[in-house]
Design a protein around this ligand. Structure first.
Ligand code: HEC
Ligand code: HEC
Length: 421
């Protein structure tokens, strides 16, 4: 709401005169944050909240890269990031943390299927805290392949001892400072051991760990992160016109290329996702280091999560499906030559490759059965998971090369930082 008002206000004041500056905004922008949002930002950037005090959330989520990871060699290869402990990797590409906080609590309806949640597989459902992003934010601190701390008590203990502890008290009160941590807590956490607490202190840890999640989610929802300051937003506000190519891409996006069916661009502040789940038939990323130890690894997405939560619904129809990601900031990166990775496993390395795949997945033969295969030229590899693949909206769009390029031109209008605050 705040961000939208800011845009309207600027357009009113400047009467539609362009106040445009490529590459501005994002990290370090002058946007004013509420104390809770500022607290979330401080926690997000705190490397001490990892086992070896070497990895903040921001290591894998950088606004200058549109909220995904900014390590180019990683993006160009396996696209999975190393955690606090060297040699441990996750097995998915970091999606953007921007606009994650607008995802609703996971629910099911007969028409759309599953809707909402955070993570590629929706496992941060939001059912407990009413806020998927707040629940998501509790995951990485304790994930052995990420920040790798052994116990939520270690996160709370380190936050209580942080340089921003006073701000924490201002936002959430003094409860955190009344927890009776054992005197060797520091050593236990550093040695990857859990902390023994009595029931009352354990309950306080749970309360404060929830507050830590809520603060991070508040920053992710703030106008600094979910900024709505793209050229597209400026165009919607009547402040700027799109180029002929961009406008052509926008028309294709909504009609012939069918993108709008899932990456929904409707409403005053479109999310470019409907928060549903689909199997786009994406091939494996052979550079994923998981294959060295688990050559048969197959990511089953939402279905894999539902196997563990049968109370939420049958898993079979959801195998191989991933949450439709927002397309905001898909092209955003520090410089034009910089490589980003796309899709849950980061197999694609450019937007043109993504669009060409959507266009021709079911037109070109499979590489596995093609002599002298060249990916994307005379073939596509088999899907990572063939069951439940969407064949009605994806795979054979009949787009020309000119139309593919126009779609990419449109996608580049979704990078925040175009409107200067
Ligand atoms: C080592 C890299 C790494 C670190 C550190 C990390 N993340 Fe992530 N993040 C990922 C990956 C990979 C995923 C996707 C995982 C999945 O879907 O299973 C992800 C997913 C997310 C999402 C979900 C977005 C969506 O649309 O569903 C958010 C939000 C997010 N991370 C925020 C955070 C926060 C907050 C922290 C710190 C508490 C953090 N990340 C730490 C790699 C990382
Ligand atoms: C049937 C729903 C659907 C349609 C139609 C669709 N997408 Fe997607 N899109 C998805 C899903 C689901 C993913 C994630 C797939 C995965 O990771 O395996 C995705 C991923 C993407 C990504 C990668 C984003 C990232 O952060 O990695 C881009 C870019 C994209 N889509 C663009 C498009 C464009 C352009 C079109 C139209 C040509 C389109 N999509 C049509 C569902 C859809």
């Amino acid at each position: 709401m705040k961000a939208r008002l800011a845009i309207l206000r600027s357009s009113a004041v400047l009467g539609g005169i362009a106040l445009l500056l490529q590459g501005c905004g994002g990290n370090g922008s002058p946007t004013e944050l509420s104390p809770q949002e500022q607290l979330g930002k401080s926690i997000f950037n705190d490397a001490n909240l990892s086992l070896n005090r070497n990895q903040p959330c921001a290591a894998c989520h950088d606004l200058a890269w549109g909220g995904t990871g900014g390590r180019m060699a990683t993006n160009a290869g396996g696209a999975v990031y190393e955690g606090s402990v060297a040699g441990r990797f996750g097995n998915r590409k970091p999606p953007s943390m921007a606009y994650a906080a607008i995802s609703p609590v996971l629910s099911f309806d007969a028409k759309s299927g599953f809707v909402g949640g955070n993570f590629w597989d929706g496992r941060a459902t939001g059912l407990r805290l009413g806020n998927p992003a707040a629940e998501q934010a509790q995951g990485p601190f304790l994930n052995p392949a990420e920040q790798a701390l052994p116990d939520a008590a270690c996160v709370v203990y380190r936050v209580a001892a942080s340089s921003y502890h006073a701000l924490y008290g201002e936002v959430w009160g003094g409860n955190i400072f009344t927890i009776n941590f054992p005197s060797n807590t520091d050593a236990l956490c550093a040695a990857n051991q859990s902390v023994t607490l009595d029931t009352a202190d354990r309950a306080k840890v749970t309360t404060e760990y929830d507050n830590i999640g809520r603060a991070i989610a508040a920053w992710e929802a703030s106008s600094e992160v979910s900024a709505y300051t793209s050229k597209f937003d400026a165009w919607k506000a009547g402040m700027v016109v799109l180029s002929a190519d961009e406008e052509k891409g926008w028309a294709l996006f909504n009609d012939k290329a069918k993108c709008a069916r899932c990456h929904v661009p409707d409403g005053p502040k479109p999310a470019f996702t409907d928060f549903t789940y689909d199997n786009a038939g994406v091939p494996k990323n052979p550079a994923n280091p998981s294959y060295a130890t688990h050559p048969d690894f197959i990511d089953t997405g939402l279905g894999g999560f539902l196997m563990l939560r049968p109370d939420l619904g049958p898993y079979e129809p959801q195998l191989g499906k991933y949450k439709v990601p927002t397309l905001r900031n898909v092209d955003r990166r520090p410089a034009e030559g910089d490589v980003k990775a796309y899709m849950h496993n980061g197999v694609f390395k450019s937007l043109l490759e993504v669009v060409h795949y959507y266009n021709t997945r079911d037109v070109l033969p499979r590489c596995e059965a093609t002599p002298s295969p060249t990916i994307g030229v005379n073939c596509w590899p088999a899907p990572e998971f063939a069951q439940n693949m969407n064949v009605s909206e994806i795979g054979n769009l009949g787009l020309s090369a000119v139309e593919e390029n126009a779609l990419v031109a449109f996608l580049t209008t979704l990078s925040d930082g175009y409107i200067k605050r």
